[in-house]
Write a protein that binds this ligand. Structure first.
Ligand code: FAD
Ligand code: NAI
Length: 501
């Protein structure tokens, strides 16, 4: 009895403690305190973008050192790794978004968040021009502001190679709007196929989903589509299930070139079991209404009828990045993206720091790289603020005109300030690879993790559980974690929602 009493008390204390902690965290999150106002004596730091790089910087930086302004056409952070799950309705769109203002409101000094698209960066006069592109525009939708430092983190856009019909007819998988658009198109294919009198041939075409690109985005998208078709279409539209087909088209000889051979083979096997066709060595040459034009390596071009095309053929630089690079032709010579030094300063414009997918570096364009670069800059800006403050004091000292007897002490102070400045060393950026994970459908994932200096590879259901827990813990906030976990449970118990707006 004594043991049960102790156990009861321990359980009570644990439950009350956990509830109290949860309440405290959510209360603090929901009720941010007052912030320091902008300080005219501080330098202006402008951050372009609200993606992985920008948000990681904002989260990690001490905003008391700067007047910080964030400009992005999206007023939120998007957790891209779970975007394909939104496209098939496993997750709700809002579950993987975190409003940038939530992040900004928890900083010590006020951060100005402006929902607008930057249209030009002038690296010589150090200004940014931006425009409000929303339907309800203010009277003067375009503004130009000066910056002392600029963090350029605008990401990249989807590469189409100018292939005819791609922009007009294919669905991309980069923004939250892309996932919503794809879901609408996908459900349209299904409902149209279910319409009375639709011919067998038309049903087969409408329910043929083609994914272009065998990189991680294309593979994850094909896997998610398969899950929807197997787990939900089979239940809600049983008469359509025999017509369903998924094809993944990849121009290179193999899918997932950045993963190990074993994991490529494992993915190909899993896709075969899931009846997902893989066409490697096949280039998509065009997208028309109702088909894609294929050019296999060793045979003639032909059309493949389909209802939906998802385009996941990689990244290219945004127009604003190309314009910026064109202003510094002697330094910016790589069309793929912005060239930076080992401190992430843009070559030719040392007041601009460029991070993430908009850069051309030896790193892969991943969230991991962008977020580590953002976190690195947060640390660097602390040191830069310290260095700038010392430099300001030094400058002031040199301008003051003291009497002769003060000259000696002044030179001592000058020397000490100069020494302090010299001691501030900005370390170069170092990337630490934490491994790669990808979902391949049928509750299976693949993983490549560096453990004790060796590359550990794994694939299957256990890896899928690891994938889920890894992403759940990486999600931005407790709010996101609760929403995503809730969506996973909703899908497990009630299936994906097939209603259309
Ligand atoms: P982004 O995160 O794309 O952010 C760019 C920001 O700039 C956005 O907020 C955008 O609105 C803003 N912006 C755009 N134009 C302008 C403008 N003119 N002015 C101001 N702001 C602008 N990587 C991984 O490591 N692991 C994964 O599992 C993974 N899964 C992925 C799944 C999908 C479907 C996709 C598409 C990508 C995935 N990635 C993954 C890659 C990862 O998302 C990118 O590498 C990462 O988003 C790059 O971060 P970024 O900050 O450079 O750009
Ligand atoms: P990607 O560049 O990795 O792959 C695009 C693929 O499309 C290439 O293999 C290319 O050969 C193929 N392709 C291009 N044009 C084609 C055409 N006309 N016809 C047929 N195939 C064509 O792009 P992806 O998958 O969007 O990934 C971008 C970045 O994001 C990568 O660095 C990737 O590592 C990262 N990412 C990581 C994920 C993860 O770790 N789970 C998930 C998604 C993306």
């Amino acid at each position: 009895r004594g043991f049960l009493q102790i156990l009861g008390r321990v359980t009570l204390v644990t439950v009350v403690g956990a509830a109290g902690t949860f309440w405290y965290i959510t209360y603090k999150d929901r009720n941010p305190g007052p912030q320091l106002p902008f300080d005219p004596s501080k330098k202006t730091l402008v951050i372009l973008g609200s993606g992985w790089g920008a948000t990681s910087l904002l989260k990690g930086m001490d905003t008391t050192d700067y007047n910080t302004i964030v400009i992005s056409p999206k007023n939120f952070f998007l957790f891209t790794p779970l975007l394909p799950s939104v496209a098939v309705g496993t997750l709700g769109a809002k579950s993987i978004l975190q409003p940038t203002r939530y992040v900004a409101r928890h900083k010590a000094r006020q951060v100005s968040v402006i929902e607008a698209e930057a249209t030009n960066v002038d690296p010589v006069n150090k200004t940014v021009t931006f425009t409000d592109t929303s339907p309800l525009r203010p009277l003067e939708p375009t503004r130009t502001i000066p910056y002392d430092y600029l963090v350029y983190a605008v990401g990249a856009e989807t590469q189409t190679f100018g292939i005819p019909g791609v922009k007009e007819r294919a669905c991309f998988m980069k923004e939250i709007g892309d996932a919503e658009q794809m879901q609408a198109r996908f459900l349209d294919c299904i409902e149209t196929a279910a319409f009375p009198g639709t011919s067998e041939e038309e049903k087969r075409r409408l329910l043929h989903m083609v994914v272009v690109g065998g990189g991680p985005t294309g593979i994850e998208m094909a896997g998610e589509l398969h899950d929807f078709l197997e787990e939900d279409l089979k239940s809600w539209y049983p008469e359509l299930h025999p017509y369903v087909r998924i094809t993944l088209v990849e121009a290179l000889p193999s899918v997932l070139p950045s993963f190990s051979k074993e994991l490529i083979a494992y993915t190909e096997r899993t896709f075969k079991e899931s009846k997902i066709d893989i066409l490697t060595g096949t280039m998509v040459k065009g997208v028309s209404e109702g088909s894609v034009r294929l050019k296999p390596k060793d045979s003639k071009e032909h059309d493949l009828p389909c209802g939906l095309v998802v385009w996941a053929a990689g990244n290219k630089a945004r127009d604003i990045s190309r314009n910026l690079m064109a202003q510094l032709p002697d330094h910016q010579t790589n069309k793929r993206g912005i060239l930076v030094d080992d401190h992430l300063r843009m070559l030719g414009a040392p007041s601009i720091f460029a991070i993430g997918d908009c850069t051309a570096t030896s790193y892969a364009p991943t969230a991991q790289v962008a977020s580590q670069q953002g976190a690195y800059l947060a640390r660097m800006f602390k040191l830069i603020a310290k260095r700038d403050e010392l430099a300001r004091k030094l400058d002031e000292l040199s301008k003051t005109s003291d009497g002769k007897d003060l000259e000696a002490s002044k030179s001592k102070e000058t020397e000490s300030l100069a020494k302090q400045i010299e001691r501030i060393r900005l370390k170069p950026f170092h990337y630490s690879h934490q491994g790669s994970l990808a979902y391949i459908g049928s509750d299976k994932a693949i993983a490549e993790l560096p453990i004790f200096g060796r590359e550990w590879t794994s694939g299957g259901v256990a890896t899928f559980l690891f994938w889920r827990s890894a992403y759940l813990s990486t999600l931005f906030s407790l709010r996101n974690r609760a929403l995503v976990a809730g969506d996973w449970m909703r899908t497990k118990f009630f299936g994906r929602d097939v209603s259309r707006e």
